[in-house]
Design a protein around this ligand. Sequence first.
Ligand SMILES: CC(C)=CCNc1ncnc2c1ncn2[C@@H]1O[C@H](COP(=O)(O)O)[C@@H](O)[C@H]1O
Length: 344
Amino acid sequence: MDNEADVFYRQLPKVELHAHLNGSVSSQTIEKLIKRKPHLNIEHSMTAIGKGQRRTLDECFQVFKVIHQLVDTEEDILMVARDVIREFAADSVKYLELRSTPREEKSTGLTKKKYIETVIRAIQLCKNEGLDIDVRFLVAIDRRNGEKVAMETVELAEEFLMSSDDLVVGLDLSGDPTVGDGKSLLPALQRAKNCGLKLSLHLLIPLNQLHLVPSQLEESDLLLNLPPDRIGHGTFLHPEVGGSQSLVDKVLKNNIPLELCLTSNIKGQTVPCYTEHHFKYWYQLGHPSVICTDDKGVFCTDLSQEYQLAASTFGLSHEAIWKLSHQAIDCIFKWIDLQPQVFH
Ligand SMILES: CC(C)=CCNc1ncnc2c1ncn2[C@@H]1O[C@H](COP(=O)(O)O)[C@@H](O)[C@H]1O
């Protein structure tokens, strides 16, 4: 990215609302982690999906397991979070919401509480460095871990909502969509909502699952009834891709912004190609659709590149892209009390 058009995307003030911490680790940081843990015999090819490559959903989730092996101490989390924040700042991201699943690692003494505290410390250190970026945190629930862990995670998030000086703003529901039962997580999500945590929920079904698993459509319907404050991916909501008009109507009625991650969906094969990405459907409806990276490290991308891809795929002018990035800013004012001048 270095010609005049690229500079436009690079300099565009952007908002990143959907970034999983451990999926956002750059190759430079992975190199540092590999050096710290040579005994794991992890190669860089095991932690990223390169240009033109695609993986099954299951293979994508295996990649996260490899990265988790590399990031298992407080020091690792601190380094990873600081590097990720600096990289987003260097890409002119002015507001970043990181999300991450607190993990316990008995062998290193890491607890879920220390995990969250460490991410918060990284955010504060970056603030002290004077980086031009406002960073907030969503505590994530991995649906694989079931309802008990989900409820414990909500309780932990609730504690930090009170004590983190507005840095912890909400809760994310993520993880392999083919695993676990979203319905059983409803009480935890409802509790989160009741205590003032904002909810961003992954509604993501792989293409090859469509029509085969009606329970997943039912699950999405139930999750939409909460309703969430934002939707991650929303890959199958509209009727043309196996969803339904009633799902679409719920999203429209509640004006729930969508976090859309183009390259992630192509490389993870939940969408067949860029031109068929559901961005087009929601954008044409004029619905708040926020371009995001999902896992910039794993999918070898960044937010500038994702905006540029949206523009070239769907024929958007610089003016339209500017409006799109502004619409993303509007989405966050509903969540937090931010000074608008941050973006000027
Ligand atoms: C192909 C593909 C992975 C598509 C969509 N992307 C995702 N969908 C659902 N959960 C995710 C996705 N990307 C990352 N995650 C969640 O984020 C975790 C990694 O970040 P962290 O450890 O929470 O900091 C993964 O283990 C997974 O639970």
